[in-house]
Ligand binder design. Structure first.
Ligand SMILES: O=P(O)(O)O[C@@H]1C[C@H](O)[C@@H](CO)O1
Length: 296
């Protein structure tokens, strides 16, 4: 089974070393752009960017709306690295490969990870265009053993049995709520539980009803494995879902979701998501960037 592939510490290190030989930027914050949210990378100043196909060891993006570029640059005085395009399990990547960049970021000295995604809503009060701060997640593939941490544990990155309670940093969640109020977008801000399903098909009505009953607010096909690996290696995590559609829960409903519609909502809300993330990066406290390779 492809999820059991093992990637050695040396392989992560080789990619990190290659990147450090190509750019002078030493990022403190990493951002992963979800479907239709790649414009977050455009806000970075003094950019150095690399096609995934040119980075040794990096997987390739195959999904429309995921450009496949790693962009380094400055934002509000902080050094950032931004993934314009992520890797999904349904593309056929092993979970180690989908989360490969996270450990590379750790080796580059990153201390905070911002994950974004597109998600369908189950919560009754949510509307397409709302922005959901992720409070917690349900990692459905993980619950049945499809977890990027399966296989030999690399103690240099983290412990065999990492805790996941509190994996979405409370301080950053509170800060984001304050910022949304100041930006005048509090009315479209929500907080909720994200569930990852395997995809690539969208949910059946019976699956949607099950997720709803389980207390899921937003559902998507990514993010949880990245957050698990990030938490394992001690990164602070903040997550946002852009609600792009309501998940169909009624047999009377004639609407159906499609990827084009998901990308369209991304384009409509790009500016607000960008503002929120930019302000958050501006106001978050960061330790000095002197932790490259220290804990690993
Ligand atoms: O990368 P994300 O999680 O934002 O992508 C979502 C889930 C599927 O890949 C795609 C469906 O439209 O968008």
């Amino acid at each position: 089974m492809h999820s059991k592939e093992h990637i050695s510490h040396d392989e992560y290190q080789k990619t990190a070393d290659w990147l450090m030989s190509q750019t002078k930027h030493r990022p403190q914050v990493a951002i992963i752009c979800g479907s239709g949210l790649g414009m977050l990378a455009d806000t970075l100043k003094c950019q150095d960017s690399f096609a995934y196909s040119d980075i040794p060891g990096f997987p390739q993006s195959t999904v429309q709306g995921h450009a496949g570029r790693l962009v380094f640059g400055e934002l509000k005085g902080k050094t950032c690295v931004c993934m314009q395009g992520r890797f999904h399990m349904y593309e056929g990547h092993s979970l180690c490969k989908t989360t490969f960049p996270i450990r590379v970021f750790k080796l580059l000295g990153v201390e905070t990870l911002i994950v974004t995604n597109a998600a369908g809503s189950l919560a009754d009060g949510f509307q397409p265009g709302d922005i959901m701060i992720i409070k917690d997640h349900i990692n459905f593939p993980g619950l049945v053993g499809l977890n990027p941490l399966c296989g030999p544990n690399d103690d240099k990155f983290g412990p065999r049995f990492p805790a996941m309670s509190g994996c979405y940093d409370k301080g950053l969640r509170c800060l984001a709520v304050e910022i949304a109020k100041e930006l005048g977008v509090a009315s479209i801000l929500q907080e909720g539980v994200y569930a990852m399903v395997g995809g690539p098909n969208f949910e059946t009505i019976a699956e949607a009803r099950l997720l709803h009953r389980l207390g899921v607010d937003g559902v998507g096909m990514s993010t949880a494995p990245e957050v698990v690996v990030a938490t394992h290696c001690g990164l602070r995590v903040f997550g946002l879902s852009l609600i792009t559609n309501k998940v169909v829960k009624s047999y009377e409903d004639t609407e159906s979701v499609n990827h084009e519609g998901v990308l369209e909502i991304g384009r409509l809300r790009s500016h607000t998501v960008q503002q929120l993330v930019t302000e958050l990066i501006d106001r978050m406290e960061i330790n000095n960037n002197d932790n490259i390779n220290k804990s690993i």
